[in-house]
Design a protein around this ligand. Structure first.
Ligand SMILES: Cc1cc2nc3c(=O)[nH]c(=O)nc-3n(C[C@H](O)[C@H](O)[C@H](O)COP(=O)(O)OP(=O)(O)OC[C@H]3O[C@@H](n4cnc5c(N)ncnc54)[C@H](O)[C@@H]3O)c2cc1C
Length: 533
């Protein structure tokens, strides 16, 4: 079943989560205006899967069931899947800025892979349990929040060393029918308006931390679960031309003796696999973040270009403006290119799931994490100070000031004041408001802080190949030209060793084949073709 956005909104009524926002209990999540921008944004992911325009990238066939499912619930099988999810994520974020349902997909892929590995080593049946749950989530077209980041308490201490054990989610009791869990997941995107949470470990663990080695799914209204959240976006604010409609929130999820039946438990004490689960999730999610932030970058590029025009200028005739816009494009498309490379060099693991190449995924995420601040600066540079100095929409509508403002604050004569003001407020909203700050911080820390990416890049980079390359050059002498025979022998040795030009992830022919590009995606850089829905 593929729900529409209104079906999704209705489906939330079947749940009665205990949610607090700004100090008060939320009576009905789908009806609370403070959460509406979040529900709207996630709703887009439902409508896209049903639209003629986006269906080819927004849906996929789940190989374990043959069902057509929303791609954000799909287990990737091929490098084409990885590319399609990147494009779908970008398309969704071009519309919403950030529609976090893709987290579900990243969590599902990681659990699919790692349960397969745990079973192979321990003879458990987690993988089959998870596949049953996966099918159920796909059948019901659920949105599942990823609860990975624990409160963590004192960062210098391991989970079992924390004075307050509730700073990490943990197993507190094992019963014949399931387990009881307590603790805190501190940052869970979309928590109030998801159907379920998928709780995962957020770090490597030692044997002493075995009680924290836990992966399981719980309904958002499970008894004992409380979500403390904040408004999504900037609902109701007059200048919030974008984030009044689309936005996201995060929730602190407090688990107080929540019971989880065994069929929803996918890791229970296998501490040695926590690191692999965290890092596998990270590889998927960081590549997805690239698509998400590219969609946001498209909004900045479009808004910057409109603001230049509204100011009466032309970037192709002004070198500083052109250079600034090119810098913005360069940033966005360079991290996006890393996402494409991570797809192309993706590999399929023994579970049958395709995983993005991790060096490119981490480099792309590292780039966007640090360049998000430059992206904002570049958009500010071409726009001018009016984006934060413009009076509010109420002043536009005030008969005592409106006409004067429109007269003197018009730029190019054929661009009405209202349009110039709307673009200025759009840029303020997505870069210089609370919502803009949120976008910076999620880019920096969401999916892991920069240090986490640096660690993964260094750990996974093929240094051995690079060292072998130089050692061969040293052995053979750097300057000698000993004729064609020697050159041919060298080329053959390089080919035999397979290391001469190895790129990260280029471990086999299959992993390096360029996947076919899904049909509706080709015009990406210039924007998707004009819509037909
Ligand atoms: C808007 C937003 C949405 C998010 N959504 C989700 C979500 O849906 N699900 C989810 O699970 N997570 C989510 N996250 C959490 C995200 O993954 C974390 O923010 C990130 O992993 C960093 O963890 P932290 O915020 O606890 O920071 P900290 O761990 O406190 O790190 C802060 C800084 O300290 C450094 N540091 C941390 N520990 C050490 C140490 N021992 N030694 C030296 N330096 C250290 C870090 O590198 C970092 O620079 C979200 C984050 C944001 C901002």
């Amino acid at each position: 079943m593929l729900m529409s956005s209104s079906d999704y909104r209705e489906s939330l009524r079947a749940y009665r989560p205990r949610v607090f926002v700004q100090g008060s209990r939320v009576e009905s999540v789908p009806d609370d205006p403070r959460l509406a921008p979040g529900v709207n944004a996630v709703g887009v992911t439902y409508d896209y899967a049903r639209s003629d325009r986006f269906r080819p990238i927004a849906t996929a066939t789940q190989h374990t069931s043959g069902a057509t499912v929303n791609r954000f619930l799909h287990v990737n099988r091929t490098t084409s899947d990885l590319l399609a999810k990147l494009e779908y994520t970008r398309a969704v974020c071009q519309e919403t800025g950030c529609a976090m349902r893709y987290l579900t997909m990243d969590g599902f892929n990681a659990v699919f892979q790692i349960t397969h590995r745990i079973d192979a080593e321990h003879g458990t049946d987690y993988h089959a349990r998870f596949v049953d749950y996966l099918h159920e989530a796909q059948e019901q077209d659920l949105t599942v929040g990823i609860a990975m980041t624990d409160a963590k308490g004192d960062r210098s201490l391991r989970p079992h060393e924390q004075p307050n054990p509730d700073t990490y989610l943990r197993i507190v009791e094992r019963r014949p029918g399931g387990i009881v869990i307590s603790g805190t997941k501190a940052i869970v995107t979309s928590a109030p308006y998801v159907h379920h949470l998928l709780a995962l470990p957020g770090r490597n663990l030692l044997e002493a931390d075995a009680g924290f080695a836990l992966a399981c799914a719980v309904p958002i209204d499970a008894e004992g679960l409380t979500v403390v959240s904040r408004p999504a976006g900037r609902p109701g604010e007059s200048g919030a031309v974008f984030s009044g409609r689309y936005g996201q929130t995060t929730g602190v999820c407090l688990f107080d003796r929540v019971f989880v039946p065994w069929e929803r438990v996918f890791m229970c004490g296998e501490w040695a696999f926590a690191d692999a689960l965290t890092k596998t999730y990270a590889a998927h999610h960081r590549q997805t973040c690239i698509g998400a932030r590219a969609g946001f970058g498209d909004l900045l590029i479009g808004a910057g270009a409109l603001m230049i025009e509204a100011n009466g200028l032309c970037a192709s005739r002004s070198a500083p403006l052109r250079d600034t816009m090119v810098e913005l494009i360069k940033v966005v498309e360079s991290f996006y290119a890393c996402g494409v490379a991570a797809s192309v060099y993706g590999t399929v693991d023994p579970s049958g799931a395709a995983e993005p190449e991790a060096v490119y995924a981490n480099i792309g995420k590292l780039l966007l994490s640090t360049k998000i601040y430059d992206m904002h600066r570049l958009a500010h540079t071409v726009s001018g100070g009016l984006i934060v100095a413009l009076p509010t929409p109420e002043d536009d509508h005030n008969p005592e000031t409106g006409a004067d403002l429109a007269e003197v604050l018009t730029g190019r004569p054929d661009v009405p004041y209202e349009k110039r003001a709307a673009v200025a407020r759009f840029i303020e909203d997505i870069t210089a408001s609370y919502a803009g700050g949120w976008m910076s911080v999620i880019s920096l820390h969401g999916g892991g802080s920069p240090e986490a990416m640096k660690g993964e890049i260094h750990r996974r980079y093929p240094f051995a190949d690079r060292k072998a390359l130089v050692e061969r050059l040293i052995d053979r002498g750097l300057v000698a030209d000993e004729g064609d025979a020697k050159a041919d022998a060298t080329a053959k040795a390089d080919a035999d060793s397979g290391t001469r030009a190895a790129q990260p992830g280029q471990c086999c022919d299959a992993g390096c084949e360029a996947p076919p590009v899904p049909a509706p995606v080709a015009p990406k850089i210039t924007g998707l073709a004009a819509g037909d829905d």
